[in-house]
Write a protein that binds this ligand. Structure first.
Ligand SMILES: [Mn+2]
Length: 341
């Protein structure tokens, strides 16, 4: 078995984050939608700006030199930079919603892909979520009083904020096809693989906007439209378990056999829609050992990452305790499965 275990969701990176990742035995890290304009990244990347400079416009794309610096920083700590999980929303929001200005965003996305290739960062996660992950509570009560997020479709379904232009399912598919067909040739040329994450929650519509990446069939369609060796899935076990009782196993099997699992968000939830909450990896609706066996049997050779986890007593915002528990548990399962053959 060549399954690696990463830890991540880092919005910023500090020395202690990398030390912690090493301490819990991760082989690599993932970074999540980093805003390289933020003070922490500006300091890390050693950027200097003239004192008299006018306010800078928000960054629209990434530079190779910044990404090289980030990669080197991670590797100097004895870790690999396994992926960047998504670009900031302002890089692609017009493309997702099919708004004027999407072609400029696609041009910038090409530039970002080329920068990643030059920096040797080979995996870029992405999703087709029109705005953000939706939850109806961020203070749900999990095992032993752990703090978990939860979603109840009866509460979210009536929301009409008017924040987004309404989009039908057909429009969202059109927007998607336009984008993915434009970016994949550049991804291939740059040697970067795009990994698609589901809508979370995987419901047909929220706030007047269709959510299209919500079923195994949708992923098959997305991979057919974007047919490329440099395109696959960031298979989120939590989201697939939200779709239905067997989707997570069938999805791992189907897309694993097709060689389309780039990496896996290895997490658990209490059950499928219309109502679910996050849970610890060793409880919840999904038999995670069964999942790992499927990954082994299909010859998956990517990495697992904990995604988000319940917050434990005394935990930090990032969730050091919850993540240490999840990562240790996942590593233990992988080790046992390897030993048992
Ligand atoms: Mn996920």
């Amino acid at each position: 078995m060549a399954i690696r275990v990463s830890v991540g969701q880092f919005r910023e990176l500090h020395d202690e984050d990398l030390a912690f990742a090493r301490q819990i035995g991760a082989s690599g890290v993932g970074i999540n939608k980093p805003n390289l304009d933020s003070p922490a990244w500006t300091a890390l990347l050693g950027k200097q700006f003239p004192a008299s400079a006018a306010p800078r416009a928000p960054m629209q794309r990434w530079e190779a030199m910044d990404l090289i610096n980030i990669r080197t920083y991670v590797e100097n700590a004895g870790l690999t930079l396994d992926c960047i999980e998504g670009v900031p929303r302002n890089f692609i929001e017009k493309a997702v919603l099919g708004l004027p200005g999407r072609d400029a965003q696609i041009e910038n996305f090409h530039y970002t892909l080329r920068s990643m290739g030059r920096a040797g960062i080979r995996i870029l996660g992405y999703n087709w979520i029109p705005d953000q992950v939706w939850r109806t509570t961020r203070s749900g009560v999990g095992r032993g009083g752990a703090k978990v997020t939860g979603y109840d479709h009866a509460l979210a379904e009536p929301v009409r904020s008017g924040a987004l232009p309404p989009q039908s399912e057909a429009q969202m598919w059109d927007n998607y096809s336009y984008f993915i067909r434009a970016v994949l040739p550049v991804a291939e040329e740059a040697g970067v693989t795009l990994a698609l994450h589901p809508d979370d929650p995987p419901v047909p519509e929220l706030d007047g906007v269709a959510r299209i990446m919500r079923s195994p069939e949708a992923f098959a369609r997305a991979l057919a439209i974007g047919d490329s060796p440099n395109h696959g899935l960031n298979f989120c076990m939590g989201c697939f378990a939200e779709m239905g009782p067997t989707e997570v196993y069938e999805g791992l099997e189907r897309f694993g056999r097709a060689g389309k699992l780039v990496y896996v968000h290895f997490r658990n939830v209490t059950g499928p829609l219309p109502c679910f909450a996050e849970s610890f990896v060793d409880e919840g609706a999904t038999d995670v050992v069964r999942c790992l066996k499927i990954l082994r049997d299909v010859g998956f050779d990517g990495f697992l990452i904990d995604d988000h986890v319940p917050h434990m007593v005394g935990d930090t915002v990032w969730g050091h305790r919850g993540r240490a528990y999840a990562t240790g548990y996942i590593k233990g399962m992988v080790r046992v499965l390897e030993a048992l053959g």
